[in-house]
Write a protein that binds this ligand. Structure first.
Ligand code: NOJ
Length: 537
């Protein structure tokens, strides 16, 4: 029996919740260039997303987070913004964005947009003027321009490295250097400058007035740099997790910014939220971003970085829940996004393990993030030819976790047709031929498919109100390599992370399983390898 779903049972066990919508929300990340192409130019766009919103409603998610769609030269796939109040023509118009927000709301979906405050594009009006107006000009002080070291200023001002590899400084023609923690086309703002702070408060209001329900804040840990931009010295510079605090990340000064943003969010009705993309050394430091007067959620990268190992998973789950309790914020869970190798490939156990990992994630209390295509069981696309790649990290030769085009290949919607229904034209990255079988069309209605597993899981999660709520995970005894826990309201979850079947006593009746399971009449079950089961107990 696979994916058996007993909604009646789940409904009777639902417990009331008085928390905000975002505390247990399932949030679906749309990567606009790769979701759906409305105009057939091979690149996804807002009209394409609008057409597919009913798919997201039917999948059962609560909110959509859209990666950047702003005017941008696309040096880093839109994370290089030239105008924060305009849509890139490649994605559509402001009118389209307005329509998208309205359509989503009509369907009961909230909309979170990406805000990129650490850096702009080098084509942003301020930066172009800063370059033009030269050393000492007013516009230069909105970025980090400095003279170089060495006899003729030929050396960068300090030893910081870019996350994409190579020095974090580029020299302008007039001899000054400017800071870019990412690509040279992404100069870092100087957040000590009042004009930068004012501008972003105004940008927040612009999008809140458009009706968005929240912001995912890019590089939320990077805005403030240590005074004097000190050298790091002999240090493992860019380990994003588990590091000491670096002079360009997670500085205490960032929190004042989020406190001022929270006041703006609170001015609006409807519980608008801020979500931090904050790579901090520990989950405890992540919790600092979520104090009651700061942001609402932060991505749990410690969880994403944990391998398929029962002991490590239990540890990171406990650690994450414990870290958030003192600040009263929900824990979040995430397995995939547009920056990392898709979890189906990363966890190393194919679709079977990926499905088990997804059911584990969706059984945990707090908010869960789904990256487009994971509900189809899409693998990372490896072996893309160099000439189609666009990730700037690839060109700078040292990326974060490898190169990121392989998780950005456009979605397959239909089993046949040009680009598997992504659009009427081609697709900006080639889709593997096997994706025909992974398309939404091929999987819809097939009870064994990964898409139907996600639909069922989200339906149970929604009906069983206790599942995402609170912070309680009660671990129960289990053989080595197996995770077993109970959640309030008569729910249990068992995860076999090993490569062998493990015999256990069934704790109740199967609600949903990531692979076929058979319970013997006397309640014994050989839990198959890499399998998660949800139980009504
Ligand atoms: C994090 C984003 O998720 C990533 O895609 C981007 O390259 C960097 N921030 C820089 O904006």
């Amino acid at each position: 029996m696979t994916q058996h779903l007993d909604l009646d049972q789940a409904l009777t066990e639902a417990e009331p919740t008085d928390t905000g919508w975002w505390r247990d929300a399932v949030i679906y990340q749309v990567y606009p260039r790769s979701f759906a192409d409305g105009n057939g130019d091979g690149m996804g766009d807002i009209p394409g997303i609008r057409e597919r919103l009913p798919y997201l409603r039917d999948l059962g998610v609560d909110a959509v987070w859209l990666s950047p769609f702003y005017a941008s030269p696309q040096a880093d796939a839109g994370y290089d913004v030239a105008d924060y109040r305009a849509i890139d023509p490649m994605f559509g118009t402001l009118h389209d964005a307005d329509g998208l927000i309205r359509d989503a709301h009509r369907l009961g979906l909230r909309v979170i947009v990406d805000l990129v405050p650490n850096h702009s594009s080098d084509q942003h009006e301020w930066f172009k003027r800063a370059l033009r107006e030269g050393p000492g000009s007013a516009l230069r002080s909105r970025y980090h321009f400095l003279p170089g070291k060495g006899e003729n200023g030929e050396l960068p001002p300090n030893d910081w490295e870019s996350v994409f590899g190579g020095p974090a400084w580029t020299r302008a023609e007039d001899g000054e250097w400017f800071l870019h923690l990412f690509a040279p086309e992404q100069p870092d703002f100087n957040w000590e400058h009042a004009a930068v702070r004012d501008e972003f408060r105004s940008i927040l209001r612009f999008w809140l007035d458009m009706g968005v329900d929240g912001f995912r804040i890019d590089v939320a840990h990077g805005l403030v740099k240590a005074e004097g931009l000190p050298d790091i010295g002999d240090h493992e510079q860019l380990k994003l997790l588990g590091n000491d605090v670096l002079p360009f990340f997670d500085q205490d000064g960032v929190h004042e910014i989020y406190r001022s943003w929270r006041l703006i969010l609170e001015e609006y009705d409807g519980e608008r939220i801020g979500v931090a993309e904050a790579w901090t050394p520990t989950v405890d430091r992540t919790a600092n971003y979520l104090r009651p007067d700061e942001l609402h959620q932060a991505f749990n990268f410690q969880y994403l970085s944990t391998g398929w190992d029962a002991v490590a998973l239990r540890e990171v789950i406990d650690l994450s829940l414990d870290a958030m309790r003192p600040v009263g914020a929900p824990t979040t869970w995430v397995l995939s996004n547009h920056d990392v190798v898709r979890h189906l490939t990363r966890l190393g156990g194919g679709v079977r393990r990926a499905r088990a990992a997804s059911l584990l994630m969706l059984a945990l209390p707090g908010s869960a993030y789904i990256y487009q295509g994971e509900e189809l069981g899409l693998p990372e696309v490896t072996g893309l030819p160099d000439e189609v790649r666009q990730d700037p990290a690839f060109f700078r030769a040292a990326g974060q976790d490898g190169f990121r085009d392989g998780c950005r290949v456009p979605m397959p919607w239909t089993a046949e047709g040009t680009s598997y229904g992504f659009g009427a034209g081609g697709s900006w990255l080639p889709q593997p031929a096997e994706w025909e079988l992974l398309s939404v069309e091929a999987q819809s209605g097939d009870p064994d498919s990964t898409l139907e597993l996600y639909r069922s899981a989200l339906a149970v999660r929604r009906a069983h109100a206790g599942l995402g709520a609170g912070t309680a995970v009660e671990w129960t005894e289990a053989p080595a390599g197996v995770l077993a826990f109970r959640r309030p309201g008569g729910f249990a979850c068992t995860v076999n992370t090993t490569g062998e079947p493990v015999t256990i006593q069934a704790p109740g009746r199967v609600l949903l399983a990531s692979a076929p399971v058979e319970v013997e009449p006397e309640g014994v079950i050989a839990l198959p390898a890499d399998t998660t089961v949800w139980w009504a107990v």
